[in-house]
Write a protein that binds this ligand. Structure first.
Ligand code: GDP
Length: 454
């Protein structure tokens, strides 16, 4: 019999309420042994989707007021009997309640165990389970929408549709091969080709949207680069709206790299404010400068900052040169001061040039729009089905390759049974994607990345 497991589901920081979730065949008995309802009733007699108000009682002592929520299998998150005890959210109280629940017979839930049980009990498929982790870690508006969309089953439905077409074609072909004399509806080369082309196109569209989806949902590593004093730290502050980067007029203040994640328009940027690009005899500063060049080289996006109140210098030109092979936006700062900089050279070198004043915050919206355009996410549709990670992408790519191979074979006049093997392989890949055929190791690996309590 499946173990009954329990964990704190509300994280490890104090809050107004803390929830201890218990799932498994003994969930309600265990909850009942630590919870006493004010009306004297037993949780064991409570129907699903019902709540009771009462006390948590630990070793005979009333410890807190609490609400017990009961879900009866299969109508619960995990598909099993579930009890949730909501207590006040002090960590000592929450931990004590969990300990009482464990002492009463529950085992500690592993990472992602509730969601894993939901998957194993057929409540959700693997793409939906993965979207739960994405939803929890979402940092941007678009990312939140995309993961909720996946949780609602958008990707599952898309994959399910392709799978159905492939399996239908496969079944008819198999019947044809196995029972040539029976009256089985004929499938022609042309029809089969059409089906395979349609399936291939749908998978290709998913694959094409992957990079954009990753950019929007996972965020973009972004280096803020420029020579000293152009306003890199000030730009960082403007974007983070905090004073995290130290802003001074003495060169070399940002000796190391300051990192921060910010939301800019529909994008999440993992920002790195780097040391000013120049040469220095100071050993510590040189290390910082070296790191700055490295950050610039590895970033997915560069915000190249220039000072509009100064003429273009050697290090500005060096930055322009380095940005030629990068996705970079020229950010011309200090536009509140008198303009001295000849911006033509910069505008010609960058696909996007934005004018800002980091001290008064002007140009923020223009910078957001430029970043969205440059990264190709201006028209990103977060309601469309999206491949969420490398695992899903690989399965989808393999399935697509199989459909292309099957089409090629069909055109080359290969026999139906050989073509059918390729179609079955494509279907297998899609079944792995949604988890209907995923192996246990893959499943364990996916859930090990979850937090405990989810
Ligand atoms: P960094 O060395 O590139 O990081 O430059 P900082 O952000 O430390 O800024 C250097 C100096 O320029 C500071 O005195 C800032 O207050 C000033 N500064 C930064 N941005 C602006 C701006 O938009 N307008 C004006 N007038 N001064 C700015």
């Amino acid at each position: 019999m499946e173990k009954t497991v329990a964990a704190i589901s509300t994280g490890s920081a104090p809050g107004g309420i803390g929830v201890i979730r218990i799932s498994g065949p003994k969930a309600i008995d265990i909850a009942d042994s630590v919870f006493y309802a004010y009306d004297g009733s037993s949780l064991k007699d409570l129907k699903g989707y019902r709540a009771k108000y009462g006390n948590i009682v630990i070793e005979g002592e009333k410890t807190d007021n609490a609400v017990a929520l009961i879900f009866r299998a299969p109508k619960s998150y995990t598909g099993e009997d579930v009890a949730e005890l909501s207590v006040h959210g002090g960590m000592l109280l929450v931990r004590k309640t969990l300990k009482a629940v464990l002492d009463a017979g529950a085992s500690p839930a592993g990472a992602g165990e509730f969601t894993k049980r939901a998957f194993l009990n057929g409540k959700i498929d693997l793409t939906q389970a993965e979207s739960v982790a994405e939803l929890i870690s979402a940092e941007g508006e678009q990312s939140l929408k995309a993961s909720f969309n996946a949780l609602q089953g958008a990707l599952s439905a898309k994959i399910g549709g392709v799978l159905e077409k492939l399996l239908d074609a496969s079944a008819v072909m198999a019947a044809w091969v196995d029972y040539p004399d029976e009256e089985i509806p004929e499938i022609t080369d042309g029809e089969l080709k059409q089906t395979l082309e349609a399936c291939g196109a749908e998978l290709k569209a998913l694959l094409d949207g992957y990079e954009n989806g990753q950019t929007v949902t996972k965020g973009v590593s972004t280096a803020i680069a420029g020579r000293p004093n152009v306003g890199k730290s000030s730009l960082m502050n403007m974007l983070t709206k905090t004073e995290k980067s130290i802003v001074t007029h003495i060169e070399g203040t940002t000796r190391d790299i300051v990192e921060e994640t910010v939301v800019l328009g529909g994008l999440v940027l993992h920002l790195r404010d780097t040391a000013g690009l120049r040469s220095s005899d100071d050993l510590v500063e040189s290390i910082g400068i070296e790191k700055a060049y490295k950050a610039l080289d590895t970033a997915q996006l560069v915000l190249a900052v220039f000072d509009s109140s100064q003429e273009l210098g050697e290090y500005d030109r060096d930055l322009i040169e380095r940005c030629k092979t990068k996705r970079a936006i020229a950010v011309i700062n200090k536009t509140d001061l008198e303009n001295v900089l000849d911006t033509k050279e910069i505008e010609a070198a960058f696909p996007e040039t934005v004018y800002i004043s980091a001290v008064n915050g002007s140009g923020y919206d223009e910078l957001a729009a430029a970043a969205e355009r440059l990264l190709g996410v201006a028209d990103f549709d977060s309601s469309a089905p999206l491949l969420a990670n490398a695992r899903q992408r690989q399965n989808c790519q393999n399935a697509y390759d199989c459909t292309v191979e099957a089409l090629g074979a069909l055109e080359a006049g290969v026999t139906f049974d050989a073509v059918n093997v390729m179609i079955d392989s494509a279907a297998d890949e899609l079944l792995s994607l949604t988890g209907k055929k995923a192996n246990a190791e893959v499943v364990n690996q996916i859930f090990s990345k979850f937090c405990v309590g989810k």
